[in-house]
Unconditional design. Structure first.
Length: 210
């Protein structure tokens, strides 16, 4: 039986690799990633934790919009109380929908990751040139509103077409969070040269402070 090989990286067992330590002898590096997303009203797939794929009805939209109206600010307060920072996976549509959030991110000076235009679309659904326009539009919009462009990318729904990694490299991205295949950085092969794949942490729920 022939299985189509993965064109981005080859197999490597972690036990066969040299030991890698961070500065100071640390063995583990952790980053916090906060998804900041906006969705179309009444269109596209919904997402409830108990039933993936619900229609995007008023409950789905309100549940998501709660994150921008309330939960985002609670999380920032929690992070400040713990003396921590995070990176923001930002839909560019948030720039117009909730500019107050973008102002807060800019004031904090934290890392911003390109997260497409909106989570009402999946970039793997588009032809190559349309996907390039999606990436370019999201990048330019974020740069316009924040004064700096993102250098890392995680697409809406972590969606990836056969050419996504190629396009990201060609559009000046330095790393991607789309390939959760390892506990270390992976060099992804693209037609424009290697693109680092940074491990994506498991998703977890941060409860609002009392």
């Amino acid at each position: 039986m022939h299985l189509t090989p993965n064109p981005r990286y080859g197999y490597s067992a972690i036990v066969d690799r040299p030991v890698y330590d961070w500065p100071g002898g640390a063995r583990l590096a952790v980053y916090l990633a906060l998804n900041v997303e906006h969705f179309a009203w009444g269109r596209g797939a919904g997402h409830m934790t108990h039933n993936w794929g619900n229609p995007n009805d008023q409950r789905n939209f309100a549940w998501r919009d709660y994150g921008l109206r309330v939960r985002f600010w609670n999380i920032l307060a929690m992070l400040d109380g713990l003396g921590l920072s995070c990176c923001h996976l930002l839909n560019s549509a948030v720039c117009a929908h909730a500019p107050r959030i973008v102002e807060a991110i800019a004031a904090r000076g934290e890392e911003v990751i390109g997260h497409g235009r909106t989570n009402s679309e999946r970039q793997a659904d588009y032809h190559e040139e349309d996907e390039r326009r999606l990436i370019r539009e999201a990048t330019e919009t974020i740069a316009l509103h924040l004064g700096r462009r993102p250098h890392g990318w995680m697409g809406p729904w972590i969606s990836e077409s056969p050419v996504t990694s190629d396009l990201l490299k060609e559009e000046g991205y330095r790393f991607t969070l789309q390939w959760p295949c390892d506990d270390r950085r992976v060099r992804l092969a693209t037609r424009a040269g290697p693109l680092p794949g940074v491990p994506t942490p498991p998703r977890s729920t941060i409860r609002r402070p009392s």
